[in-house]
Write a protein that binds this ligand. Structure first.
Ligand SMILES: [Zn+2]
Length: 79
């Protein structure tokens, strides 16, 4: 993780490293990724993703888009 935050810029709550569910629209479908690593605010629930994670999400979404899948659910690490 390139830049790590400890305090939430939204509410000043503390941020922890966890995992979350990420939903992304893929044209005519929807992709749901589970266990996506994120920095999460313990107070307001705001989430941040690293550049590496965002790039990987984009690659997976592209693949789903190409295969014209309407609904796909995946675990991030296994994808
Ligand atoms: Zn917050």
């Amino acid at each position: 993780m390139s830049k790590s935050m400890t305090v939430c810029p939204v509410c000043k709550g503390s941020i922890y490293n966890g995992t979350t569910v990420f939903k992304v629209k893929t044209g005519n479908g929807i992709l749901v990724l589970e266990d996506v690593p994120a920095e999460i605010c313990s107070l307001c629930g705001e989430k941040w993703f690293s550049d590496e994670v965002m790039e990987k999400i984009e690659l997976i979404a592209d693949d789903v888009r190409k295969r014209h899948i309407k609904f796909e659910i995946m675990t991030f690490n296994a994808a």
